[in-house]
Design a protein around this ligand. Structure first.
Ligand code: DAH
Length: 339
């Protein structure tokens, strides 16, 4: 008899369950009205007197153990359910963490920056809201200069001296005002022009400006630098410089790169010529150097400016510039693998 009791004690100690009905079945088995413990109590009177003490203690121990077991298992079960209520199913797989992608403008900008940084150019930036001096006057574009009309400017209404910069050439001025040669810097950034928005033009876009000032810098240096750039950027080393006009450079040129006529796209992009215009450039006008506090008798230099958006459209075969600012996830996702 006593052995059976001891056997139950060790079973109760080992018992474990994590479902409400299992715990309830256990409770009924031991502690229910017709349960084992009551049965053992009923047996008490049949136990020989000399064993009554030991037997009684064993029943009480079994009863306590069974009660403790039921209440502790119930507690664990309830706590667990509360956690599930709070956090949901803790064993479910995690929500996928989607990686973003870089914007095509950033991709192209980073490539350009990287290529020029390899030959010693640093990166400089300036404000998008500029004053007349930095955007125009210091760049040899005094008031009433007809070339100002080339750039449809957004003015800030309350102050005609303040405007949204129309090109990143304004950063040249700021850089020269604050640094003496040798200067080798490129300035990427957003620019604004009051133009009708279409598939081919937008009222804001992005440029990279380049500036190199030192003793004895020549037009040949400019040409060599640009050829290095087109080779690294596009894998095309054939360039040509067409005479052009910019108020801030003299002489000035427009740079074309020979794209080739291998595919139908080449034909379309180059209008059948094989040549693609990619930037403006020239030798910095001595007036500009002087305006910015650099001695034009000692120093000379070159500058160039190119549109990032246009290059992004070209390289990624994008047919509408508006795609670049519409935040359409289906479009942006396509650049996921690009750095
Ligand atoms: N600022 C010119 C534009 O927005 C681009 C440019 C041309 C920049 C010639 C230059 C340059 O530095 O030398 O169209």
């Amino acid at each position: 008899m006593i052995d059976t009791l001891k056997e139950h004690i060790s079973q109760v100690e080992k018992f474990n369950a994590d479902k409400a009905d299992e715990i309830e079945a256990f409770r009924i088995k031991y502690l229910g009205k017709k349960g084992l413990i009551n049965e053992f109590f009923a047996e008490f009177r049949n136990v020989p007197n000399d064993q009554k003490k030991e037997y009684g203690q064993a029943i009480n121990q079994l009863k306590d153990l069974a009660q403790d077991k039921v209440s502790s298992l119930k507690e664990i079960l309830e706590n667990g359910q509360e956690q599930v209520k709070q956090y949901g199913d803790l064993t479910r797989p995690g929500a996928p963490f989607e990686l973003g992608s870089r914007h095509p403008i950033s991709i192209v900008k980073n490539q350009i920056v990287e290529i020029f940084s390899r030959i010693g150019f640093n990166v400089s930036e300036g404000p998008e809201m500029e004053d007349d001096w930095h955007n125009f006057t210091a760049l040899n574009l005094p008031e009433y200069h007809p070339a100002r009309d080339m750039q449809d400017t957004f003015f800030i209404q309350t102050d005609p001296d303040i405007l949204l910069r129309t090109h990143t050439s304004s950063v040249q001025v700021r850089y020269m005002e604050n640094n003496q040669p040798p200067i080798r810097t490129i300035s990427p950034g957003r620019v604004y022009r009051n133009e009708a928005i279409s598939a081919r033009s937008h009222c804001f876009f992005h440029q990279v400006e380049g500036l190199y000032i030192d003793k004895g810098v020549s037009f040949a240096d400019l040409k060599q630098t640009l050829q290095y750039f087109t080779t690294e950027m596009f894998g095309k080393s054939r360039i040509r410089l067409r005479p052009s006009y910019f108020p801030f450079t003299e002489p000035s040129a427009e740079v074309d790169v020979y794209w080739g006529l291998e595919t139908e796209t080449d034909y379309r992009m180059t209008k059948g010529t094989g040549w693609l215009e990619i930037m403006g450039c020239g030798m910095v006008d001595p007036n500009v150097l002087e305006n910015c506090g650099i001695d034009s008798k000692t120093y000379s230099g070159f500058a160039f400016g190119m549109g990032i958006d246009r290059i992004a459209l070209l390289l990624h075969q994008i047919s509408d510039i508006r795609m670049l600012s519409e935040n359409d996830i289906r479009f942006l996702k396509q650049f996921k693998s690009a750095l």
